[in-house]
Design a protein around this ligand. Structure first.
Ligand SMILES: [Zn+2]
Length: 163
């Protein structure tokens, strides 16, 4: 555990949880660890995953695109949305952030196996690859307010999370 090993360089935010451990027999003092919403870890970033592009999933894709269909501009519920490949996979398009956009079932069906220009359908917004901090937000884990401020500070202003 990072806290126990004195690996913390600094913390941000109020203590949001205190873990209490056992009472030491000699001193009679209960061991106690205060958790902060944000911690900086000393030394190198432990995981190589930080240097990688975030993985693509429908929940994250729809969150990136604010649940809005890129073709008709309508806002839909999760079940009504699809992962639309701008260049269809059958025509060499990649299943990746830059080729994927959120579309409602109706628009996706209408576009079919065509390029947007062939279907005379234009994109109302463009795809982009989320940063890793943005990815943490998109994953929708429980994030406390201090953490959200911290994550957003490094998310580019061009991100749709700001709109
Ligand atoms: Zn649509």
């Amino acid at each position: 555990m990072l806290y126990a090993g004195d690996h913390i360089a600094w913390t941000i935010g109020d203590t949001f949880r205190v873990l209490r451990g056992g009472i030491q027999r000699v001193s009679g003092v209960q061991s106690r660890i205060a958790l902060h919403p944000i911690i900086a870890v000393r030394g190198a970033v432990p995981s190589r995953a930080w240097r990688h592009t975030p993985s693509l999933s429908n929940p994250k894709l729809f969150a990136r695109d604010r649940m809005v269909c890129a073709y008709c501009g309508g806002r839909f519920r999760f079940e009504e949305l699809t992962r639309e490949h701008i260049v269809p996979v059958s025509r060499g398009g990649q299943d990746a952030w830059m080729n994927c956009i959120t579309a409602c079932r109706g628009c996706n069906g209408r576009k079919g196996n065509r390029l947007p220009e062939e279907a005379h359908m234009s994109l109302l917004y463009l795809p982009y690859v989320p940063s890793l901090h943005e990815d943490m937000i998109l994953r929708g884990r429980r994030i406390v307010a201090d953490q959200m401020d911290f994550l957003l500070a490094s998310v580019p202003r061009s991100s749709r999370l700001y709109t």
